[in-house]
Design a protein around this ligand. Structure first.
Ligand SMILES: [Zn+2]
Length: 323
């Protein structure tokens, strides 16, 4: 009841519906207030509570926004942060940054898997599928993707074996068939991360790997920005993983942790920039206005960012195989 009292103090439009949820890791329902998050990225209305489980320490959104309403938060404004757009003279720089992200994902996975024309790759939360198409072009591998929204208009989207809907509900994907399953910033959005991990366990082949990147709660950028940390991303993020609970949940789903990395393919710089912006100017990141300072800051911080992999700035990645 203590947390429900906290919840009443939150300021939300009457139309928002919330639901009870127990801890995703241990099932316990007792918890303590951690922080109040907002939709800082697009600036939408609402205050969302995150708690820490009294039993296992997992941080999660509680109560969480109803699953029927979460879709409204993945609208064109939110998706715009991931899509190609006309930025005038900065367009080439932006496009390079976007394709660099796919190249960085490729670089990260290639330390752990050798893809070739026989390989089958599944990207969970694949969005418009640019990462999969990058892999297809480079390795000629077979590519499948899952997301709850599809964008058939996107160039070459038809080349992806695409499955629309919730990952753990998919019936057409063959068990033990994928050499690589990737989840780039998917699991922290999931309404049932344990079920998603078990689904990945079912689908990956005996020698295959599952590679998952999520924001890291016990990172330096969280310590700096707290409730303005871009990794909160309320209400889309249902779980905020630290290293210990990220590993524990993966193991609970039947995986062996082969490698743990205190970084990801997603640039930690984005969290440093966006966190500073939210602290200084409040919510609502207008991409048109920030794109120049964004690239300028990145250039200035370049020497520091060279050590990103050693600094535990914002991200974490785990490489899993079947036990
Ligand atoms: Zn728990």
């Amino acid at each position: 009841m203590k947390t429900l009292n906290n919840f009443k103090k939150l300021n939300n439009p009457p139309a928002y519906k919330f639901e009870e949820v127990s801890c995703y890791l241990c099932g316990e329902s007792e918890n303590e207030f951690l922080l109040k998050g907002e939709e800082d990225l697009t600036g939408k209305e609402g205050e969302f509570q995150y708690v820490t489980c009294n039993s296992c320490g997992l941080a999660y959104q509680y109560p969480r926004i109803h699953v029927d309403q979460i879709k409204d938060f993945y609208d064109s404004e939110y998706i715009a942060h991931r899509k190609k757009k006309d930025w005038g003279i900065l367009t080439p720089l932006y496009e390079r940054a976007m394709s660099k992200h796919d190249r960085d994902k490729d670089k990260l996975i290639s330390d752990f898997v050798n893809l070739n024309s026989d390989s089958k790759v599944l990207d969970v939360g694949c969005a418009v599928g640019t990462f999969l198409l990058h892999l297809k072009d480079k390795y000629n591998c077979k590519i499948s993707g899952v997301d709850f929204k599809e964008d058939l208009s996107f160039p070459r989207f038809n080349e992806i074996d695409f499955h629309c809907g919730l990952f753990y509900d998919q019936k057409d994907l063959k068990a033990n068939s994928f050499d690589l399953i990737t989840m780039w910033h998917f699991l922290e959005h999931c309404y049932n991360p344990e079920k998603s991990l078990k689904k990945a366990h079912e689908l990956v082949s005996e020698d295959g790997r599952v590679i998952i990147e999520v924001p890291r709660l016990d990172s330096k950028s969280y310590k700096i920005f707290k409730n303005k940390w871009p990794g909160v991303q309320a209400p889309q993020h249902t779980v905020l993983f630290d290293k210990k609970r990220f590993i524990k949940m993966s193991e609970q789903a039947g995986f062996e942790v082969e490698h743990y990395l205190p970084y990801g393919a997603f640039p930690a710089y984005f969290y440093l920039f966006a966190g500073s912006y939210f602290k200084l100017f409040g919510k609502g990141l207008n991409l048109d206005k920030i794109i120049f300072p964004y690239f300028l800051g990145q250039a200035l911080l370049f020497p520091f960012l060279l050590f990103e992999k050693k600094l535990n700035l914002a991200m974490q990645t785990i490489v899993l195989r079947k036990k």
